[in-house]
Design a protein around this ligand. Structure first.
Ligand code: DER
Length: 233
């Protein structure tokens, strides 16, 4: 599809520009766009990937690494990562991002912060001026199950319209993250100060991690439907 081609172009550009042959440790994000990151990495051949270790950000990304015969590492053995490439749900003009549409933002943020370079890859739908402009499913918040009702109440006092517990589609009940927690999606409309909002949400007792990545990325690549790739720095 046009969107898949756009995702692929952004992913290929990021791999070509930011994973030179000298790279030793690569962090792999989660979601559908990073599948094309792995696709491009595999095209380099076994030789080029032999002495590269890949750090996962979820069960999904671990499966991608293992299934394609790439060397799996973990962040305890490799707490300093050369480059992490990941998708996003939306990116504003300052490279702040909403992440967590796939419910993986906690481990994603760990390997994003661990990386010397953090690169975002996405299709054009994610390319916004202000967070909340195009992504209307809210800010994903990982919470411990014990506290989710209290967090929902607290979010309402922060001005959140309708915080909702994310329910699973292929399982009865709520989505359970790779860490055994719940996800709340909190709608705030346009987010002009993502740093302030991220801090306020993180302080709520029971919140584990917020899907706001504030000034973590060095660059973002967006694949466009006309075949071009927009670069945001
Ligand atoms: O959950 C996440 O943060 C993922 O990176 C995700 O939101 C991006 O997903 P996509 O590549 O399938 O759009």
């Amino acid at each position: 599809s046009l969107i898949d081609d756009a995702k692929r172009r952004a992913a290929y550009k990021a791999v070509d520009e930011y994973i030179p042959p000298t790279t030793k440790v690569v962090g792999i994000g989660s979601g559908s766009t990073v599948v094309y990151v792995i696709e491009r990495i595999l095209q380099r051949g076994k030789e080029a990937n032999n002495n590269v270790v890949f750090i996962p950000s979820s069960f999904q990304s671990k499966e991608l690494i293992v299934q394609h015969g790439l060397t799996l590492g973990d962040v305890d053995a490799y707490p300093e990562i050369d480059v992490t490439i990941d998708g996003a749900d939306e990116v504003d003009e300052h490279l702040n991002a909403i992440k967590g549409g796939g419910g993986c933002h906690l481990r994603e943020k760990v390997i994003a912060e661990a990386a010397k370079k953090f690169i975002i890859v996405a299709d054009h739908r994610k390319n916004s001026k202000v967070l909340g402009e195009n992504w209307t499913r809210g800010v994903p918040i990982e919470v411990i199950p014990f506290a989710y009702t209290r967090v929902i109440m607290a979010l309402k006092t922060l001005g959140c319209g309708n915080p909702v517990l994310r329910m699973a589609k292929a399982k009865a009940g709520p989505v359970i993250t790779d860490n055994g927690n719940f996800v709340i999606d909190a709608h705030f409309g346009l987010i002009h100060d993502p740093d302030d909002l991220m801090r306020k949400i993180k302080m709520l007792t029971g919140v584990v991690e917020v899907g706001l990545f504030v000034r973590l990325a060095q660059i973002a690549y967006f694949g466009n439907e006309n075949g071009s790739v927009t670069e945001k720095k």
